[in-house]
Write a protein that binds this ligand. Structure first.
Ligand SMILES: NC(=O)c1ccc[n+]([C@@H]2O[C@H](COP(=O)([O-])OP(=O)(O)OC[C@H]3O[C@@H](n4cnc5c(N)ncnc54)[C@H](OP(=O)(O)O)[C@@H]3O)[C@@H](O)[C@H]2O)c1
Length: 238
């Protein structure tokens, strides 16, 4: 039996990852921020025995601790943890303008500290599994090498920090057979900008299928550093 946990499963890429893992026969702990987001509940009808829904705010220590206790009571181990929850924040403000630093701290708490909070709380369950795999849904916007934007301060900086926490976690678990994959999910039609972005390249389902194919069906190399890949398995520069 394979067990996975996905954060930010309310909708978008997270919900699609849950849906596709269930279709692959996995048992899934779907962590949802907002209980009024009911889309994941709809999956219960088809997957009553293999889906559990857990409320989770990755920005809060207590919420993560409660989630980890719940996870330990539900599954014997976790083969796959996908840190998908993320927020975007302001994209417009440029250097010298009135950048909202408090918003940047909020974004850091969700996008950079959140994944570490979750992975750290679940480390024992992950290391008990065979696959021992953590996937951080990062972004091409977190690549310092490829940085071309003049704004998106909170998002770009927090995704670069997300990549660093993934690299540090990897250094802790690599020699014990653990792996961490930093993943850009593509430009996805989702609600991350506060509206449904229909002009984006791919649907959440296409993104999720690509991510799971890359992580679960592909012989990925084990290297000195974690892999930073697109959902199609192409390498991104750090
Ligand atoms: N869309 C893209 O083109 C794109 C590109 C690169 C990377 N990404 C990354 O892909 C991931 C998924 O994004 P998406 O496009 O699917 O957008 P989305 O639909 O907005 O999904 C983000 C999810 O994270 C949840 N979330 C927000 N704050 C949270 C918190 N504090 N604790 C737990 N969950 C929280 C949201 O819940 P609520 O909405 O209910 O608040 C939502 O379910 C994010 O990490 C994002 O940065 C997306």
């Amino acid at each position: 039996m394979n067990y996975a946990l996905v954060t930010g499963a309310d909708h978008g890429v997270g919900l699609a990852l849950v849906t596709n893992l269930l279709a692959r026969g996995w048992t899934v702990l779907a962590c949802r921020l907002n209980p009024s987001e009911k889309q994941v509940d709809a999956l219960k009808a088809e997957y009553a025995d293999t889906l559990a829904i857990i409320e989770l705010d990755v920005s809060k220590d207590e919420s993560v601790s409660n989630m980890a206790s719940m996870a330990a009571s539900l599954v014997p181990h976790l083969d796959l943890v996908i840190n998908n929850a993320g927020i975007l924040g302001d994209m417009e403000k440029e250097f010298g303008e009135d950048i909202d630093f408090n918003q940047i701290l909020t974004i850091f708490n969700v996008n950079a500290v959140g994944p570490l909070r979750v992975s750290n709380a679940l480390s024992a369950l992950v290391m008990k599994s065979t696959l021992k795999t953590i996937v951080d849904i990062s972004s091409e916007a977190g690549s310092i090498h490829d940085c071309y934007r003049v704004g998106w301060w909170g998002y770009g900086m927090s995704k670069a920090a997300n990549n660093m926490q993934g690299a540090l976690v990897y250094n802790n678990i690599r020699d014990k057979g653990g792996r961490v994959i930093q993943m850009h999910p593509g430009w996805v039609k989702s609600l991350i900008k506060g509206f449904y972005e229909d002009e984006a390249d791919i649907t959440p389902d296409e993104s999720a299928k690509g991510i799971l194919h890359t992580v679960l069906d592909t012989e990925l190399p084990v290297e000195e550093r974690p892999l930073f890949l697109t959902y199609q398995g192409e390498r991104l520069p750090w």
